[in-house]
Design a protein around this ligand. Structure first.
Ligand code: 5GP
Ligand code: MG
Length: 180
């Protein structure tokens, strides 16, 4: 596998979009008890940038979801360290790296809903709408990935996103390609 030479989204493009999302969220949740619930590990970088760009107070919680091995969906979604009491009477915004089939977010939302937050919405950095299987949509979306811009299915890394645990530390987002 090799990385694209040019980033799909540069550091500057990502940071500008994160600030826009944070401004929108800050307006929508002003005066509300907001908790960001970030999905580990992929969304950790996005969530920490987003949190620091908010101009309203917010709490931060993490949960661990694991559904992928390599570039293929593993089919089952394992959830660990799901917050509970921390969400009671709070406005919860789930922060995820990629909305792909939607199965991960569907599973997480079901768990979070059981703890009776005042509200529950989703914020994703990237959306692959053509891949959707579960009936999930995000209130806030960083960037939409369009498969028609690429001959093969887009797999992206960087800015928290990995391929077998590599590339999370890249500041930009790159596409990964098969070496032929
Ligand atoms: P879903 O349950 O929506 O199918 O899967 C979402 C998860 O799949 C994301 O949180 C992410 O971990 C992983 N995923 C989907 N597409 C990509 C991709 O292009 N790159 C990386 N690194 N992970 C992806
Ligand atoms: Mg993930």
């Amino acid at each position: 596998m090799r990385l694209s030479e040019q980033p799909l989204f540069s550091e500057e493009t990502i940071q500008a979009r994160v600030r826009e999302l944070a401004a929108e969220i800050s307006l929508d949740y002003a005066g509300k008890p907001l908790v960001l619930v970030s999905v580990l590990k992929g969304a950790a970088v996005f969530a920490s940038d987003l949190l620091r760009s908010l101009v309203i107070p917010a709490e931060l919680e993490f949960l661990r979801a694991k559904s992928y091995a390599g570039t293929q969906s593993a089919g089952t979604i394992l959830l660990h360290h799901v917050p509970g009491e921390e969400l009671k009477n709070k406005d919860v915004l789930l922060i995820e790296d990629i909305l792909d089939t939607g199965e991960t977010i569907a599973a997480v939302l079901e768990k979070l809903r059981a703890h009776k937050p005042v509200s529950l919405a989703v914020c994703v950095l990237l959306d692959k709408p053509h891949r959707r299987a579960a009936d999930i949509s995000a209130r806030y979306t960083g960037f939409r990935l369009n498969p028609r811009t690429s001959s093969d299915e887009l797999f992206v890394v960087g800015y928290g996103l990995d391929y077998d645990e590599a590339y999370r530390g890249l500041r930009a987002i790159y596409t990964l390609h098969e070496t032929r």
